[in-house]
Design a protein around this ligand. Structure first.
Ligand code: NI
Length: 219
């Protein structure tokens, strides 16, 4: 299960982030990949320093303030955040992300798209699952969150430049099926509230969600 989050960053914030990133120095992205993933990784990453720190803190704040992200991911911490750039000829072939990032379990991965999708060709994030492949290329400011356990790739960029922020989430809830139940209950609760206001049924749904979260959360 993956989710498309709309407007994680508004256009003004996307512009600010892009300006900040474009003024920085980039290094070979292979440095942060494992031995096997490095073989297929050809991109660039913003070097450590004040610029990347600002981007990390802005993106962390924006995601944690996004109701859809919180409901879907149940984040405990965002363990690593990188700024990546793909120029023509660059790609990241099929790989899996590390299970541990800085000693913390990585349950979910996210990609926040920063470039206007019309400004570059290629660069789709492609998820391969048992049910086939899903290609994802989102509007600037939108993000996708998906299971870190999945095999995925970034297709070659053939024109323009693809800027994105990628990161990993340590969730309070380890199991994807349990996160899905909690996410669905949030949907039911908000629809019940919109339709009927505060009712006994809504209270029971919220009580059930809270009780499940107490059973499943590892805080
Ligand atoms: Ni990856």
């Amino acid at each position: 299960m993956l989710i498309h989050l709309q407007k994680v960053c508004p256009p003004e914030q996307v512009d600010q982030l892009c300006k900040l990133i474009e003024g920085g120095a980039f290094a070979d992205g292979g440095k942060t990949a494992g031995k096997v993933a490095r073989v297929v990784k050809s991109n660039e990453q913003l070097e450590t320093g004040a610029r990347v720190d600002t981007v990390r803190s802005e993106v962390r704040k924006a995601l944690m303030a996004h109701a859809g992200f919180v409901s879907f991911a149940r984040p405990k911490t965002l363990s690593r955040i990188l700024v990546s750039r793909y120029q023509p000829g660059m790609e990241y072939g099929p790989h899996i992300d590390d299970a541990l990032m800085g000693g913390r379990r990585a349950d979910l991965s996210f990609t926040l798209f920063l470039s206007d999708p019309d400004s570059y060709d290629g660069g789709e994030l492609v998820m391969s699952g048992t049910d086939g492949e899903t290609e994802i290329k989102l509007a600037a400011g939108d993000a996708v969150v998906y299971a870190t356990s999945s095999i995925h790739l970034v297709a070659p960029v053939t024109r323009g430049e693809r800027l994105a922020v990628v990161g990993w989430v340590r969730s309070l809830v380890r199991r994807a099926d349990q996160r899905e139940v909690l996410f669905d209950l949030d949907q039911v609760a908000s629809r019940l509230f919109e339709r009927d206001g505060k009712t006994r049924e809504l209270d029971l749904v919220l009580k059930t969600k809270a009780n499940l979260l107490r059973q499943w959360a590892e805080d």
